[in-house]
Design a protein around this ligand. Structure first.
Ligand SMILES: Cc1ncc(COP(=O)(O)O)c(C=O)c1O
Length: 374
């Protein structure tokens, strides 16, 4: 397989572990191991202490699959397959579902692998552009017009990275209708599910909505445990799950045993875990809102509806975000992610507000902006 570089990962490879403040991270501040273990119940404490480091069940630890299934309304444990992060799930899914002659539609800007892996299989891709002027909303009529007879998959990420957009009820219903009418699979990237700022905005998970739809989840974002590398696919389509399991035999075969137990611990305590993530985000958003209120004449800010990232734009004439972000990183150790990393023109950048050092990083950014953006 020939596949284009994952621009975001190459950018992070350069900066992630050298910049002092990652003001563009897409995850929530990770748990410490010791803190996470305090959430264990009697059964999981025993599992942790007695864990033998052999191969694990390829489909995922049965208790893990049960806990994941319980986060959906209609999904059974054997309708869940675990992977090494959401990333491996995307890789396996696209390889199983599409190839030359097939067509895939994906929201964009977006997490590159959601369309790049499909492209590398030989499928044709239509990027459904989201625009700041529409509040980053999916344009359902335009999406309908993008469907072709060869369209096999529509990929939608909600809450969305990098804009923080969430599908509203009408758009969601429209999407379901397009998928059903065309016999097209919906691949819903729901890695930020649980981080809706208003819980009443949360719509049914893809896997609960349609028998052929696919939900993608992970421990990395809402559950603040990116280091576990535990992700999953949930769907009622058991034939697809069998094909995915067979493909996974050529990637990781099975998950890391310690990670599985730690994920079970976190999922059993999910109310507390999600509450912690939401509290970090809510506190950070107050600082972020304050900053953009003061800098309205230099940045645009479509306030996200969920997740831990947003996509503001630097509007100072003659100042390119690529240059400004590079200078900011060198001068202040604060990292932003320019929109060019998503291939998206227009001076936007991703701002992440899931990390607890945000107030410090934002204060440095503000001081630098006061000096350099007039
Ligand atoms: C929208 C989206 N999907 C999938 C992933 C992949 O998640 P992971 O890195 O945990 O595999 C990410 C990670 O940033 C993401 O933002």
């Amino acid at each position: 397989m020939r596949i284009a570089d994952f621009a975001l990962e190459r950018y992070f490879a350069q900066w992630e572990f050298t910049a002092e403040h990652l003001l563009c991270a897409s995850d929530v501040e990770g748990y410490s191991m010791s803190k996470l273990l305090t959430l264990a119940d009697t059964e999981t404490r025993k599992l942790w202490k007695g864990l033998k480091l052999g191969y694990t069940e390829s489909a995922g630890h049965p208790l893990l699959r049960a806990e994941i299934a319980a986060t959906y309304d209609t999904v059974e444990p054997d309708e869940v397959l675990t992977f090494a992060g959401a990333e491996e799930a995307i890789f396996c899914l696209m390889n199983v579902l599409v190839g030359p002659g097939d067509h895939v539609i994906a929201t964009w800007p977006g997490y590159q692998s959601l369309y790049e892996v499909a492209r590398a299989t030989g499928a044709e891709i239509t990027l459904h552009g989201l625009h700041e002027s529409d509040g980053w909303a999916v344009d359902i009529e335009r999406l309908r017009s993008e469907v072709r007879p060869a369209t096999r998959v529509i990929v939608v990420n909600t809450p969305h990275n990098p804009t923080g957009m969430m599908l509203d009820r009408t758009t969601y219903d429209g999407l379901m209708e397009i998928a059903e009418d065309g016999g097209i699979r919906l691949f819903m990237d729901e890695v930020y599910r649980g981080l809706e700022f208003d819980e009443t905005d949360r719509l049914a998970a893809g896997a609960d909505a349609l028998p052929t739809a696919i939900s993608l989840g992970v421990m990395s974002k809402a559950y603040a445990l990116a280091g576990l590398r535990i992700g999953w696919i949930a769907t009622h389509d058991r034939d697809l799950l069998a094909r995915l399991a067979a493909f996974k035999d050529y990637t990781t075969i099975c998950s890391s045993g310690p990670s599985e137990i730690l994920a079970i611990i976190a999922l059993r305590a999910r109310d507390r875990v999600l509450e912690r993530s939401r509290a970090i985000i809510a506190a950070n958003l107050e600082h972020v809102d304050g900053f953009f209120d003061d800098y309205l004449d230099r940045f645009t800010w479509i306030r996200p509806s969920g997740g831990s990232v947003g996509f503001p734009r630097l509007t100072v004439p003659g100042v390119s975000i690529d240059d400004w972000a590079a200078d900011l990183a060198k001068a202040e150790g604060v990292l932003l992610l320019p929109g060019s990393v998503f291939g998206y023109a227009g001076n936007h950048f991703r701002l992440g507000f899931g990390r607890t050092d945000l107030p410090k990083g934002l204060a440095r950014l503000e001081a630098y902006a006061a000096k350099t953006l007039r």
